[in-house]
Design a protein around this ligand. Structure first.
Ligand SMILES: CC(C)(COP(=O)(O)OP(=O)(O)OC[C@H]1O[C@@H](n2cnc3c(N)ncnc32)[C@H](O)[C@@H]1OP(=O)(O)O)[C@@H](O)C(=O)NCCC(=O)NCCS
Length: 167
């Protein structure tokens, strides 16, 4: 597993990975059409929302992506692995490495309580539960419970960069 900077031709694969209905249910995150997907990426590239994102490579293949972005004064974490790569420890390895790149603390993650794999990934990487809530899920058509996680570390004295983006 290795993390590298995102290239333009990664976007088509991210788009396909995000359109997996099983993954959409797990993440409670809806698939977007190509136009909405590209608009989202152009916004990231514009720098309007500070973000830091890496492509996850496994055995020479693009396995997924991992990112954090600023939202309402908090740094939020997200990751997405293509289904054919699930269960190989890739998200765990990617997150461990990502935490050595990004210095922003604390990092926050909101995970649907039914997404046991993601809960486990965060737990293995040292995130702790900081709360819970519920949010309407377009994919499920009803509210889903989510668990809020936070990651603090010895690096917490590092200030968030003014603008920190690599895509
Ligand atoms: C969630 C996701 C990132 C996990 O990726 P992954 O590479 O398969 O995760 P890993 O292999 O590193 O670790 C998964 C862990 O969850 C465990 N796990 C998987 N399914 C589980 C289940 N149903 N119940 C309990 N544990 C489960 C695995 O056993 C493993 O733990 P272990 O190492 O202690 O055995 C991946 O399924 C994904 O991208 N899903 C779609 C997008 C998504 O949900 N993103 C996160 C949004 S919060």
């Amino acid at each position: 597993m290795l993390l590298r900077d995102v290239r333009d031709d990664d976007l088509r694969i991210f788009f396909e990975q995000e359109r997996d209905p099983i993954a959409n249910l797990l993440a409670a995150y809806p698939a977007r059409d190509l136009e909405a997907f590209m608009l989202h990426w152009r916004k990231k590239a514009s720098g309007d929302t500070p973000c830091f994102i890496k492509t996850i490579m496994f055995d020479g293949c693009l396995a997924g992506s991992i990112e954090c972005w600023a939202n309402d004064g908090k740094w939020l974490l997200g990751y997405w692995i293509g289904r054919e790569f699930w269960g190989k420890g890739i998200a765990t390895a990617a997150l461990r490495e990502f935490l050595t790149y990004v210095k922003m603390r604390p990092l926050h993650a909101h995970v649907p309580s039914h997404n046991k794999a993601s809960l486990r990934v965060l737990e293995k990487c040292g995130f702790t539960v900081s709360g819970q809530g519920s949010i309407f899920s377009e994919v499920h058509g009803h509210d889903v419970e989510e668990i809020h996680f936070t990651y603090h570390s010895e690096k917490s004295e590092f200030p968030a960069p003014k603008f920190f983006q690599e895509i």
